[in-house]
Design a protein around this ligand. Structure first.
Ligand SMILES: [Zn+2]
Length: 97
């Protein structure tokens, strides 16, 4: 008799687990919790052609060729030095006399 009780208990647990797992899988299928890659949430970052600061494309100024962080930098135009370099040491302190 105890074996029968144990078996029924095992079956009960088994079906309960299956039900829970199926419910979880169905919930995941119905609810797209995963972030969609085509959502506008993930903004493209662009680089100011003048000062090199990175900003979202929606906030950037575009003159047709280059992107800028502000209208002022757009007027100044692109600073075509080393693009993509970390060292912005354009200034040469030449103290020659
Ligand atoms: Zn800028």
């Amino acid at each position: 008799m105890q074996a029968l009780l144990f078996l029924s208990f095992v079956f009960l647990v088994y079906f309960l687990l299956r039900f829970i797992i199926n419910t979880l899988i169905d919930a995941r299928k119905n609810k797209p919790n995963a972030p969609d890659p085509q959502q506008p949430d993930s903004q493209t970052m662009v680089r100011c052609a003048y000062c090199g600061v990175h900003l979202p494309q929606s906030e950037a100024y575009f003159d047709g060729q280059h992107t800028f962080c502000s209208e002022g930098h757009m007027r100044l135009g692109p600073k075509t030095q080393d693009i993509g370099g970390d060292s912005n040491t354009i200034m040469n302190n030449d103290d020659g006399d």
